[in-house]
Ligand binder design. Sequence first.
Ligand code: 13P
Ligand code: SF4
Length: 310
Amino acid sequence: MNEMSVPLDATTEIVDQIVRLKAERKAVILAHNYQLGEVQDIADFVGDSLELSQQATEVDAEVIVFCGVVFMAETAKLLNPERTVLIPDPRAGCPMCDMAPVEEVRKRKAELPGVPVVAYVNTTAAVKAEVDVCCTSANAIKVVNSLPDDRILFLPDRNLGHWVQRHTDKEIILWDGYCPTHQRILAKQIQALKQEHPQAVLMVHPECTPDVIELADEVLSTGQMVRWARKTDAEEIIVGTEVGMIHRLQKENPGKRFLPISKLTTCPNMKRITLEKVLWALEDMQHPVEVPDEIAARGRRAIERMLEIV
Ligand code: 13P
Ligand code: SF4
């Protein structure tokens, strides 16, 4: 039996134990919008990368159990150096982060003296320590436009960088990184779905490719999708992002229908976090996220600068 097919009574027992241990450990559970539905359902707060970093500055718990990928848990740790931050599975990486190794970032910076660097939060803490300011998909345009400079090195997501370029007069120097999950969303799949559902509106994440973005009615971070879905009059909405998003959208808006572009658009790293692993994390206080002192202060500054802008 795999981790996702635990019988209902076992699930209830796991949830009960999580609730008990959470209180004992004075812990709070933060979860990203792409987490498995049952993980979202036991979280104290569910959100996008920006909302989760803002939330991480506001918790008064002793322990943060972070249900998401490593760069998100690292961001929470940077903002909470005194607190224990646990990630239930430390292998939950983000391939986009790995596309911007710190040595290559330093090399590129040296080739572009005087050019400020904006890093998407989907980067390692070591890279955050090398850049001027961070951004998320929710605020990338605002962060870039807040800088006085005419040229900006934007990394690592070329698709988000391309989207920002459409909303600024500055020259955006792109990095060749991308999200493999969003790269799998194809314009031709959307066109076929739109033919089947002519009334449906299309919202997509800015990590999608430019040809997909071209077809969209709205281009939104996952948190912005949640808010937009609540207020739109549309009854059918095509969701161009990771499929975990559908759980929350459908739960909060039972009268509307949310259509995934493909059920295969999953982020395998986000799905590494399961209820059992959340329980084990609380039981054994595993796996603490640590950021070396020599990079923590500079990495924190890049995130705090972002939080001052938004
Ligand atoms: P959001 O900040 O929009 O939630 O996106 C995070 C992410 O990793 C998207 O792939
Ligand atoms: Fe990284 Fe893409 Fe997964 Fe987001 S969906 S965590 S960008 S691999």
